[in-house]
Design a protein around this ligand. Sequence first.
Ligand code: MN
Length: 598
Amino acid sequence: MSKRKIHITDVILRDAHQSLIATRMRTEDILPACEWLDQAGYWSLECWGGATFDACVRFLKEDPWARLRQLKKALPNTRLQMLLRGQNLLGYRHYADDVVEAFCQKAADNGIDVFRIFDAMNDVRNLETSIKAVKKAGKHAQGTLCYTISPVHGTQTFLDQAKTMADMGVDSIAIKDMAGLLTPQATFDLVSALKKNLELPVFLHSHYTSGMATMCHWAALDAGVDHLDTALSAFAGGTSHPPTESVVAALHDAGYETGLDLALLEQANNHFRNVRKKYHQFESEYNGVDTAVLMSQVPGGMMSNLANQLKEQGALDKIRDVFIEIPKVRADLGYPPLVTPTSQLVGAQAVANVLTGKRYETITNEVKKYLQGWYGQAPGEINQELQRRAVGNEELIDERPANLLPNEFHKLKSQIGDLAESEEDVLTFAMFPDQARTYLEQRQAGTLQPEPLEPLPSAGQSGNISTEFKITVHGESYDVHVTGASPTSETKRRFYMTIDGVPEEIALESLGEFQKGSGPGKREKVTNEGQVTTTMPGNIVDVLVKEGDDVAAGEPVLVIEAMKMETEIKAPTSGKVAAVHIQKGDRVTPGDVLVEIG
Ligand code: MN
């Protein structure tokens, strides 16, 4: 009897570093491992997606399209796979069909072979255009089930969705368990149902967050799964995926064939183990097994981002409250699965609810659009009172949202103008307008510079004699030896030291953030009701008033972006604008006086 073949997709170049080090791995750290990866025998390597694209443009100052072309060249024998957000492509909004078509074609031209296509609402209408475009480009279109648990989800709902996707012509079905919520029994039931009712290969993508993913793999094998997603062990476990080498060893011992060479995997893995150290500043505190996910349903990628963002805002202590608030917001929104962009949408609203201390006092623009129907149909009932409050008298939509979007490629092309040297550049601009413009301007000026990396913690200590010194205070002398410090990215930094041999810790509050913005220095704090402030820390994306304007209470005066979500800040009172203390791009924190109405 021939051995049953189980195909492996390694997510080391996309999801693994997205889950564990905030998607910061650079092309220079990927290319040296490509020869081993390409010979190892993978069915595919996942290497591209929204977060990798975003991080390239925003932080690494790399052209994501150039990365793709380099990978294609370095991995000639292995399928390259990407994760595509259906009508959202790699962005956070729905695009018109002409942009979706152009994007799929260009991704195929530049090297993508397999498109894993999902919609955050599991609204299949949002997959139509991209599935067609991928088929037209002659590539593999994979229909995705965003797995979640709720009173309105079950094996039958997912099976119905898979059947609809099969009718739409997909080449395979993926179960995308972004938060690690699958249990072995649920996996067995779902994979069995898919294999019994459909003729398509089934892929399982299950995050290790809750610690159950390898058990789910085994249950899936018994139910007839064809493909498993794993990550090389250097970036496996925690909010990432089951370790490739362990899964391969277990499969081989049980008589399955993977076609993978463990010796080559080990060489590639040793490379990535060293690489990970370089990115230590991005390691999340929440990258181990965290069973709290069974309550909060927060997916891995979102968990580390949420932790990083709360840390930036000096509110990391609120993370558990946010995890408790998330399921409540999700229920109000009709139980969407939590995956980009709904995870950001629900996450940012939950953070707003917790930080303001009052639920829905601030409603982000995206939540308003969601409640209006601009993301598609919610899986369950929406909280009608919240919907009325957010949407007001504006119209609700119930058709495929992109039906209402006129073609926009040419408009985007003229907006970015000469900065775009190719159609790919226009698409980059379409995905992340502000970040892409900055990137393209810097590219033209020759000033692209990746964000700096902090040196390894040990490098500062060994061979640096200035960590030991003597101080004299009030006539008393002390021998001080500084032994370590927390990352500079924290607003409150801790320094560890021994004083006369006794271990001590001091915490310093940084004033640095006040110097970073383009503002005149530290902002005044709110003392009267005509002063406009923000309820969430964030960046100013738009100022809607100028000095001398008349505004009415409740009228929006500025727009801030926090956690990738935009929120309007409204005038607390009516009157004339006496002063505007901010401009686009400024970083602001709650309590700062931003605009004065007098
Ligand atoms: Mn994932």
